[in-house]
Write a protein that binds this ligand. Sequence first.
Ligand code: SAH
Ligand code: SF4
Ligand code: F3S
Length: 478
Amino acid sequence: MKNIIQLTEKNIEIDSEIETLRDDALAFGSVLGHTPTFHVTTFGCQMNARDSEKLRGTLISAGFMESDDEDADVVIYNTCTVRENANLKVYGRLGVLNGYKKKNPNMKICLCGCMMQESDEAEKIRKSYPFVDLIFGTHNVNNFPVLMHRILSGEKHVKEILEENKASNEGLPVERKYSFKEGINIMYGCDNFCSYCIVPYVRGREISRDPKDILREIETLVNDGVIEIMLLGQNVNSYGKKFPEGSSVSGGEMNFVDLLREIEKIDGLKRIRFMTSHPKDLSDELIDEIAASNKICHHIHLPLQSGSTKVLKEMNRHYTKESYLALASKIRERIPDISLTTDIMVGFPGETEDDFLDTMDVVEKVRFDSAFTFIYSMRTGTPAAKRDDQIPEEVVKDRFSRLLKKVQDIGTEQTKKLECKVMPVLVEEKNEREENLLTGRLSNNAVVHLHGSEDLIGKIVPVHLDKAMNFYYFGEIV
Ligand code: SAH
Ligand code: SF4
Ligand code: F3S
């Protein structure tokens, strides 16, 4: 499932780099005595998942064989650093990789992703984990074929980290996980600088991709069998505010809704999703467009973070408790079957019990269909980390469990609403746990388990939702 988007000068350059890597793979294979295998482990969000598809696409194009486990000849960790836990997971597993390398001294260990954009972390790895062969940053993904060539030519401890997104990360072959659905970056980076968040520092400034390139990419995917796309960006609602120089719309106007309208025109495309929507930039025009469209899915992920106006101000979120509530009820009024999901954080510095109760109040009023809940994690370099009013762990844990219970109770009630209805389900895969079950998703993104044969994978079928569980359903095809 390769998807080479367009033949530009950049692509021709990449093709010749991959050609070189193919020779390296052959040479590496003769040292090993078998076709070299690889494994990419992805941490974090859809941005990393998309980058990993490019890393996998490159290696497969060059003749490496993908392996299901990490005991492979080339192992790549695509790291996340949004919370401390994400970093700890990587350090925890590096020891295991070292064990594999002792058995297979030819093994190449590579680290990339957001954690590598933090100079302290990258330096620590270079110094204390000498068995790591290659370190590269989020802005260097397009140079991956060249970096691989360098380590396979015998160079040790290669490190390449660009500070800013100077070049586009497009052009590498992409190995897709699903044949029928795909994520597409419509923008890179983030300019919002929420005071707790590391993403703007590790992903760079916000850049919107040229709409022509996005449309061409989606058309290519649709011609190749894709029926659902997920438009990706840290704040898709601000798409088009800043176009790079030389794009087809520099100086022109193109906002997120304009882009959606163009994408909707693509024949054969059935479902359009997007993530993430920042509440401060979600327009009435967008709500109307979702209501009017029969392709845009009825699901908005609208991170709340906190329900306290005071905390939201300190988080630099640019909305209030009241404006969030007004936005959520406007959306629910205009699109009654919309699913609203969210991200919520507890324990931001200075958060009082009253602030927390405001968060609980918003959860009760909005009745989120589901929510990701997080404990605030101090990220070095962010303004919130410098505050001396960090919240004690036992207070945070207590708030977190109260919030989790509320979110789960409300989510369960919300899920029940569609019980016994017949809804279209895009069948996505075989159920991981049960042999005879398939798993798919409703337009509102809820998961449905159903019986059926594997050839339904990739098709949209009508399903009777027999039973609602907490956040998912059991159903039967009608
Ligand atoms: N761009 C998206 C969020 C991307 S990060 C947005 O603005 O909504 C995904 C989620 O991780 C965030 O919504 C937030 O809830 C959480 N997160 C980010 N930084 C965090 C931190 N320092 N501690 C805990 N959770 C954090
Ligand atoms: Fe982080 Fe805020 Fe940007 Fe989201 S919008 S990635 S939370 S800085
Ligand atoms: Fe993590 Fe980077 Fe995404 S820090 S959440 S993988 S943008």
